[in-house]
Design a protein around this ligand. Structure first.
Ligand SMILES: Nc1nc2c(c(=O)[nH]1)N[C@H]1C(S)=C(S)[C@@H](COP(=O)(O)O)O[C@H]1N2
Ligand SMILES: [Mo]
Length: 302
């Protein structure tokens, strides 16, 4: 009976958080009832669509080095970040530069749900149901000038609220960047929610970037500045180690990280013993984005 009920969980067009959560509980309950054999069944069978991770995984296993470098630090410490009021400076090669209040940005935005696989460069992944809007819609609003070729992003750097800033792990503030066509791609979003709730600080409140075909570190959190420019932006991870973290950092199972393989990934929250899956080129979004890189040698320009 439990097995039959789990079949229903394969449909994906559900937007209600309560339904997600109860699905999760039912899956958990079914797996527990079936014992270990059950874990390999309903919880791990390949679903037709992406099965979001439990909310607890998404808010409890994070990288946000401004709050410490262990996976549990952000959930412990990030509450100290003040996210109200919040504004984003949009400057550089735009027609309408300025300090945009978050409320104004959100009031003009069409918030959608996007269920994306999140693949960290450290070879783990989870599936996150984001709420957010396309970066292109914001850039269209401010008017990108014709000479602009790249978009640079900056995270807030507030030492009194971010204990990790005391350590020179990265060149703070955390900075990232995209080529303009990547930034304008319809899969690229700015997220302000997860599972229909306001995004929590550990996940990058109040506004963070999500670029699903790239390694997770490109998804810069708690953004305070967006700059349109004609030069390739400085990025903190590339600066820390350019051999290990390229500017593009598209998910690519054929390009190993110098210290580990990228062929497979550990699936966070997949049963007692975890599980691994094959990593997909462009994290599974190749049909949509491969053409952006036509003619590039992705082994050299990683
Ligand atoms: N400002 C900032 N943004 C960041 C990071 C960080 O340390 N600081 N970590 C990155 C990395 S390595 C990953 S995998 C994702 C993790 O996002 P999540 O915690 O919401 O899953 O955030 C990215 N954005
Ligand atoms: Mo990451």
């Amino acid at each position: 009976m439990q097995l039959i009920r789990t079949q229903k969980f394969r449909d994906r067009d559900v937007t209600d958080e309560a339904i997600y959560l109860s699905r999760r509980q039912i899956i958990g309950g079914a797996a527990a009832g079936l014992g270990l054999a059950g874990l390999a069944g309903p919880a791990q069978a390949a679903p037709e669509g992406l099965e979001p991770n439990a909310y607890e995984d998404i808010i409890g296993y994070n990288n946000y080095y401004e709050f410490g470098t262990s996976k549990s630090d952000p959930a412990k410490h990030a509450h100290s970040l003040t996210t109200k009021p919040w504004s984003v400076k949009i400057d550089g090669m735009v027609d309408r530069p300025g300090d945009y209040g978050l409320e104004d940005i959100l009031a003009a935005a069409t918030i959608e749900e996007r269920i994306y696989r999140h693949r960290c460069v450290e070879a783990w992944s989870m599936v996150i149901p984001w709420n957010g809007f396309t970066l292109s819609s914001l850039l269209d609003r401010v008017g990108v000038q014709s000479g602009a070729k790249y978009v640079a992003f900056e995270t807030i750097a507030r030492p009194e609220e971010m204990p990790g800033l005391r350590f020179p792990v990265l060149n703070w503030p955390y900075r990232e960047g995209l080529r303009l066509d990547e930034a304008m791609h319809p899969l690229t979003i700015l997220a302000n929610g997860i599972y229909g709730k306001d995004i929590l600080n550990q996940n990058g409140a109040p506004l963070r970037l999500v670029v699903p075909w790239k390694y997770g570190f490109k998804g810069i959190k708690s953004i305070v500045r967006i700059t349109l420019q004609d030069k390739e932006p400085f990025t903190s991870w590339n600066d820390a180690n350019r051999r290990e973290y390229g500017f593009y950092s598209n998910v690519n199972p054929q390009v190993d990280h110098p210290r580990w393989s990228q062929e497979t990934e550990r699936v966070i929250g997949a049963g007692l013993f975890g599980s691994r899956r094959q990593t997909d080129m462009f994290n599974g979004y190749g049909d949509e984005v491969a053409s952006l890189y036509a003619g590039m040698d992705l082994k050299k320009q990683f």
